[in-house]
Design a protein around this ligand. Structure first.
Ligand code: SOE
Length: 382
């Protein structure tokens, strides 16, 4: 991968996670771009990256850059991904891919026309046990899937003084918890089951109708660390909470609850998939454990150990049993798949990572969820 040079747009919480993961694979990050020229210089220096830009456009135009990672706020994902593709460069874009399915379908089409690699950063697929769960379900070991249930809970937006750009629709879009973390849960369970969501029924709630916006910028998750800030009261219209009922293509049913106001849940995706023969369950706070549950014999607890995993799961595992792999490792494993695909250069081969098509589908599901929450009815997925 020597000739691949990467530029990363965004130097907040997730941007550095992309940089770190790429470096663990020996992939060179030659430039970063940030929204505020003062902090991007400091962030670049902290990451030992020589080149930095005050605008995404300048980074995309850099002739040395041939792959762009987009980790900026949601509202600029579409224009930055479009500019990257038009510049003839491969792109890895954080979720959600765009603000609307009209934008995301344009990106799918353009990437196909340009024959450029395109990925959406649904990194949770790359916990080793996510691939193991997929193999268990899709090989029929738990039988026909009846129920897909679970939640994704956090607490970093619990307090009225917790603030982030995700609370502002002009940056995040018309939804918050569903777009930010619901998209992960829906992509992960779709990846594992192979089932497509056909219809949704959603209930939203905004418990904090107003919040205190700090008078200076605050990065994701860092609000908990800051004190002595000055605040301005802001009205809030996006959802703190959502529960979504799901109907799947095989007649299975599901339910997902997402919220970022759940004290003590720091970052906890959870699913249980119940089949005709057995069930599986996974807790993101214990990502190296997978429960395999039975009716007529003792339940099993599978600990992440490459020696016990399927070949599909083993290829995305780097450490032996008992050496836990977590959140940062999922970025490394995702990029292992993406950059292996770029290196192979066969753009007709089926990608083994989430692409813009997955990002586009996620937006169509999100738009149906938003409509259902507004209209109070079942909504079919377009
Ligand atoms: C905040 O909810 C956040 O950083 C998400 O935006 C990420 O996608 C998730 O992986 C962790 O939490």
């Amino acid at each position: 991968m020597a000739d691949l040079k990467v530029g990363v747009i965004g130097t907040g919480f997730i941007g550095p996670a992309h940089v770190e993961a790429l470096r663990r694979l020996g992939i060179e990050v030659v430039a970063v771009a940030g929204p505020r020229s003062d902090s991007v210089a400091e962030k670049a220096a902290r990451m030992h990256i020589d080149k930095y830009y005050a605008t995404a456009e300048a980074l995309i135009a850099d002739p040395e850059v041939n792959v762009v990672h987009i980790t900026s706020p949601n509202h600029v994902h579409h224009p930055q991904a479009k500019a990257t593709l038009l510049a003839g460069k491969h792109v890895v874009c954080e979720k959600p891919l765009a603000m609307t399915s009209a934008e995301s379908s344009e990106l799918v089409k353009l990437a196909k026309e340009k024959k450029l690699v395109n990925a959406v950063n649904f990194n949770m697929r790359f916990y080793p046990l996510s691939h193991q769960a997929r193999q268990l379900v899709q090989s029929g070991e738990i039988g026909e899937v009846y129920i897909v249930q679970g939640s994704y809970l956090q607490d970093w937006l619990l307090l009225p003084t917790d603030w982030n750009w995700r609370l502002e629709p002009q940056f995040s879009g018309e939804m918050r918890a569903v777009a930010d973390i619901g998209s992960h849960w829906l992509d992960l369970t779709t990846f594992i089951t192979g089932l497509h969501i056909e219809a949704v029924f959603a209930d939203f709630a905004t418990f904090l109708k107003t919040r205190q916006k700090p008078t200076q910028p605050v990065e994701t998750f860092t609000g908990k660390l800051q004190t002595n800030l000055e605040y301005v009261e802001q009205p809030i219209h996006t959802e703190d909470y959502a529960t979504v009922m799901l109907r799947y293509s095989n007649g299975a049913r599901g339910v997902m609850t997402v919220a970022q106001v759940c004290a003590g849940r720091k970052n906890r995706p959870y699913y249980e998939i119940d089949g005709a023969k057995s069930a599986i369950a996974w807790d993101g706070e214990r990502p190296n454990e997978l429960w395999i549950n039975h009716r007529e014999r003792p339940n099993e607890l599978l600990l992440k150990d490459p020696a016990l995993l399927s070949p599909e799961a083993r290829q995305f595992t780097s450490y032996p049993g008992g050496h836990n792999e977590g959140f940062p490792d999922t970025f490394k494993q995702l990029y292992t798949a993406v950059y292996r695909y770029i290196e192979a250069g066969d753009f007709n081969a089926l990608p083994d990572f989430p692409t813009f098509e997955d990002g586009d589908r996620a937006l169509r599901v999100g738009e149906a969820i938003f409509r259902s929450a507004k209209e109070g009815c079942w909504v079919d997925i377009d």
